[in-house]
Design a protein around this ligand. Structure first.
Ligand SMILES: [Zn+2]
Length: 101
């Protein structure tokens, strides 16, 4: 399976949602990266750090997104989140995942 081009317009909100769930209130909505669509049905719930598409019913947490969309392994996803969390200095929600290492 060819590696998809990163769409940071979508990745970054999900990462920051996972890193700092308190920093945003409303759900984020955008065009789904997993299927073609013209009206946004891809939602991110920052408070929970999860995403869901009402068009193709793909959903999960930030790890699922990074592994499926960015083509990362679980440990690569962990490192990417750790980098992002380091930049934001907001690691609390990630600590339970990061302690797996
Ligand atoms: Zn979709």
């Amino acid at each position: 399976m060819p590696r998809k081009k990163s769409d940071h317009a979508l990745t970054l909100p999900i990462l920051s949602a996972a890193c700092c769930p308190q920093s945003r209130g409303a759900n984020l909505k955008g065009l789904c990266p997993f299927h073609k669509e013209k009206t946004p049905s891809f939602t991110v719930t920052p408070a929970k750090g999860i995403f869901y598409c009402f068009g193709c019913h793909k959903g999960g947490d930030v790890f699922t997104f990074l592994m499926e969309f960015e083509g990362l392994s679980f440990s690569e996803a962990l490192h990417m989140l750790a980098d992002e969390a380091g930049r934001d200095s907001c690691t609390a929600p990630l600590s339970k995942h990061l302690s797996v290492r």
